[in-house]
Design a protein around this ligand. Structure first.
Ligand code: ADP
Ligand code: ADP
Ligand code: MG
Length: 461
């Protein structure tokens, strides 16, 4: 087992990993930017090293500085969390060459599944259905026109290196195709330093359903069911639930098998997620794999009764999958709301700054993964997510009621948050019916029944 792990991340996920290490008796080394001196991950780790200026390009993305910190701290493992360097195969290779274990998949699997275009090729080879689309990268305007005609409008133009909903544009007709093609390329170049795009058929009113995979280095691969992440804004998840209200046991079995088969076909090790779109007729299409722990891993943990981060660490240390994980079965319903420092009344514009007062909900079935506290200053440089509120209950209806209750208790002042937005969704009939698709947020936001009300706790008075 590891003696000391460096956490190459910040915020709630850095905290999540530190907590897992503490329970496993592993020492932790945090790295941080100058903007994160007062962050909880710095305070809770056994040791901490500053690695640079606030912009992530000057700190959390600087491989040399992270490796220097690893040398100084004499660590034997590095956990990358999600975002930043988590899906950077080069970083995994650098770790390997420094004889430090990268807690994630092997670099080769990251190469194979890391870019969306090659992941699609792997899926086709493994016999897993992908969204109909271009055979590879769409290099020129002429290629774009040809592909769109072959696929048929509407189409989705997507960055091969995409993530977080960026570098993606829909086009519904020939007139908008080239402007959207260039918009996707420009955004991808800016966000990922790689402007390559490909094209997919736009699936109408799809459901985003993803399967959690976990595999050890002894050849055992299992899935831990699905998460429904169809509640999205700008192609980014805002609420996730497990299990999906859409899937039948038959579909779960079929899609789970496909996900495991695809992971096995590339010799995948550690935790990962296969993302699918499911259409109205129950057809499912693989869209991408995330070769890392995900933001929403929490709901799977609650429903399947396991700790995915501890399991990642155990697997990276060469251990076999724990029996309780290999044989896990779903036993409840969980929902997660991503609480962002954004103003839902002002088109979700970022709301960084000092948290004047912070009180988080508690009680039965409530879990908070957050680095926020009273007095904490949310820096403007990073992702706006400041907390994940997770509830677990015996049934979906109970979970929704519990989430509504927990959101009402959440009390954060000084900055704007998305708590009232989540509250409104929990009260929405379409959400409660479980029939929603990825167009839900856009639809409800323009309906007059959708009202952002302050929560009901008397702390607000
Ligand atoms: P998840 O499926 O885990 O929710 P998201 O796509 O929402 O994943 O991304 C999780 C975090 O990682 C977000 O902060 C997002 O901005 C970041 N992220 C995801 N992919 C990339 C990428 N290719 N490059 C940079 N950041 C990314
Ligand atoms: P990212 O890497 O940004 O997470 P994904 O490929 O996972 O990108 O897509 C994110 C979301 O964008 C999906 O969950 C879905 O809502 C939407 N999307 C992506 N591809 C398509 C498609 N072909 N048709 C319809 N919606 C799509
Ligand atoms: Mg995705």
């Amino acid at each position: 087992m590891f003696e000391k792990i460096l956490i190459a991340n910040r915020g709630e996920i850095a905290l999540r990993i530190i907590r897992a290490c503490k329970e496993l008796g592993i020492r932790t080394l945090a790295v941080y930017s100058e903007a994160d001196v007062d962050s909880l991950h710095v305070q809770l780790a056994d040791e901490a090293i500053c690695i640079g200026a606030p912009p992530s390009s000057e700190s959390y993305l600087k491989i040399e500085r992270i490796m220097s910190a690893a040398e100084i701290g004499d660590v034997d493992g590095i956990h990358p969390g999600y975002g930043f360097l988590a899906e950077n195969a080069h970083f995994a290779e650098v770790c390997e060459s420094c004889k430090i274990k990268f807690i994630g998949p092997q670099a080769s699997a990251m190469h194979a599944m890391g870019d969306k275009n090659s992941a699609r090729a792997c899926a086709r080879k493994a016999g897993v259905a992908v969204t109909p689309g271009s055979d590879g990268i769409v290099e020129t305007e002429a290629d774009a026109l040809k592909s769109a005609k072959k696929i048929g409008f509407p189409v989705m133009i997507k960055a091969v290196a995409g993530g977080g909903g960026r570098g993606m544009r829909a086009s519904h007709n020939e007139a908008s195709l080239l402007p959207m093609y260039h918009a996707a390329k420009t955004e991808a170049e800016k966000a990922f330093g790689n402007g390559d795009v490909y094209m997919e058929k736009l699936i109408l009113n799809p459901h985003h359903i993803e399967f959690q995979i976990i595999a050890d280095s002894h050849g055992k691969t299992v899935h831990l069911g699905e998460r429904d992440c169809s509640i999205q804004r700008r192609n980014q998840k805002v609420i996730e639930e497990c299990p999906s209200p859409l899937l039948t046991p038959g579909m779960r079995k079929k899609m789970g098998r496909a996900a495991v088969k695809l992971a096995e076909s590339v010799g995948y090790e550690n935790a990962g997620t296969m993302e699918f779109l499911v259409d109205d007729d129950g057809n499912y299409y693989f869209i991408e794999m995330n070769t890392r722990i995900q933001v929403e891993h929490t709901i799977t943990e609650e429903v399947y009764g396991c700790d995915l981060v501890k399991e990642q660490i155990r697997i990276a240390a060469g251990e076999r999958l724990s029996p309780h994980v290999a044989d896990a079965t779903p036993r409840s319903h969980a929902i997660q709301c991503r609480i962002n420092a954004e103003d839902p009344e002002k088109n979700f514009q970022p709301s960084p700054g000092k948290i004047a007062f912070y009180y988080a909900p508690g009680g039965r079935g409530v879990r908070i993964d957050s680095h926020a506290y009273t007095g904490y200053v949310v820096p403007p440089y990073y992702d706006s997510m400041i907390a994940k509120l997770i509830v677990v209950a015996a049934t979906r209806a109970n979970a929704i009621d519990r989430m509504r209750r927990a959101l009402d208790e959440y009390y954060i002042t000084g900055i704007k948050t998305t708590v009232p937005f989540h509250s409104a969704i929990m009260r929405n009939a379409e959400f409660r019916s479980g029939t929603y698709d990825t167009g839900f947020v856009e639809r409800v936001m323009i309906s007059d029944q959708f009202e952002l009300k302050p929560t009901s706790t008397r702390l607000h008075e």
